[in-house]
Design a protein around this ligand. Structure first.
Ligand code: AMP
Length: 375
């Protein structure tokens, strides 16, 4: 089969690397000629809304998926007339707009932060009065890695944020005093088979994911079951096919949904070495209607993102159990250029390895918080 992929970033690259072992072929469409997936597959360069390019992608592909969630929904729908597109374009549509996404969660009885739509200064003031401060003001569309959002703590912040973001369609969210940030990764195949990986704890800095750690034994089975039930509802409601990630806040023993990503997700990169079947392989299996693989974890593991620059290769690889993934991208501030997954037999051994790796991979990192996760 040939799998067409909208987007040629590292997620597409890792989908292809997993799909090759199953004998599949890949063709990517991305506006950038230097895209990371182009090093490992056939890259067509073109805009996501270029109908000629989209038609070409459909002709070359048995099935199309995407690895970038800001692909225009119209393009996914256009393709869907010509070839099977998974996940369904509706999933893309819901996740592209933070207001629709929150309303969608609410309609599924999945808890979210309190929220209100904001399109004028008067609405912002009314929303602040309703939700209180602190609150988080976000653009409805095209926000990622903490971009397009402001934390409002005082009335002065409210005025300043309106000046900065006021032209866009916005949503105000109540500030969630979370203890931890988690994510649940799920997968559903064309045959309706579903699997879930264990809840992952995620640590962000400056709005960017730094460290992910699956910790199946740190939370109660009830918490895992609840996260799975939320994800299962979303999968069923959208007649979803492929991998889905939902980012959650843990507040006491409550799970509050922040956002969802209709694609393989950075907080699932650890599954390449740390799970029986990776998110990338199960995504390929799901969209091709193959049986899904086990999501069982193998030992203890953690994933550290390489942001801005790649760590010295030799230093990383000298740590037993460390696996370096370089995306073939140039370094730039804030850019994800690779990641390191480290695996160990025990949690204690994992903590020791992290102590060596964190200063190498994430030198600006706040090691104590990360270590708290390991212990
Ligand atoms: P997002 O772009 O929605 O994923 O937000 C980026 C990060 O901002 C999240 O990972 C949280 O750390 C923080 N954040 C977002 N929304 C809220 C909220 N309503 N309350 C508290 N923190 C938030």
């Amino acid at each position: 089969m040939t799998i067409g992929v909208l987007g040629g970033g590292q997620l597409g690259r890792m989908i292809a690397l997993a799909g090759y072992t199953l004998g599949q072929r890949f063709v990517f469409l991305d506006p950038g000629a230097e895209s990371s997936a182009g090093h490992v597959g056939n890259l067509r360069v073109g805009a996501y809304d270029d109908e000629e390019r989209l038609s070409e992608l459909a002709r070359k592909s048995d099935v199309v998926t995407y690895e970038f969630e800001n692909v225009p929904v119209g393009s996914a729908r256009f393709l869907n007339e010509l070839v099977r597109v998974y996940p369904p374009p509706r999933a893309l549509e819901v996740s592209q707009d933070r207001l629709d996404e929150k309303q969608f969660f609410a309609s599924m009885r999945i808890p979210t932060a309190g929220f209100a739509a904001v399109s004028s200064q008067a609405e912002l003031e009314a929303a602040v009065a309703k939700l209180g401060l602190p609150a988080v003001l976000k653009t409805r569309r095209f926000g990622y890695d903490g971009k397009g959002q402001w934390i409002l703590r005082t009335q002065d912040d409210v005025a300043r944020a309106w000046e900065a973001l006021g032209a866009a369609s916005l949503v105000l969210e109540a500030f969630v005093p979370f203890e931890r940030e988690l994510s649940i990764l799920a997968v559903r195949s064309t045959r309706g088979e579903t699997r879930f990986w264990p809840l992952v704890e995620n640590e962000h800095r400056d709005g960017i994911l730094r460290l992910s750690m699956p910790k199946s034994d740190a939370w109660t089975p009830e918490l895992q079951a609840r996260a799975e039930a939320y994800a299962a509802n979303v999968l069923a409601e959208l007649d979803y096919v492929g991998v889905l990630a939902i980012e959650l806040f843990l507040v006491g023993d409550e799970l509050v949904a922040n956002e969802m990503a209709p694609r393989v997700h950075n907080s699932g990169h650890w599954t390449i070495e740390g799970a029986e079947t990776s998110q990338f392989e199960n995504h390929v299996r799901a969209i091709l209607g193959m049986p899904l693989g086990s999501t069982r974890t193998i030992g203890a593991c953690a994933m550290i993102n390489a942001i801005g620059r790649l760590p010295p290769q030799g230093d990383v690889l000298a740590v037993e159990g460390a696996h370096l993934h370089a995306y073939g991208k140039d370094g730039a501030p804030g850019r994800k250029v690779g990641h390191v997954t480290v695996r160990a037999e025990t949690k204690r051994e994992l903590a020791e390895k992290l102590e060596k790796l964190l200063p190498i991979v994430d030198p600006q990192g706040v090691a104590p918080a990360s270590m708290r996760q390991a212990r």
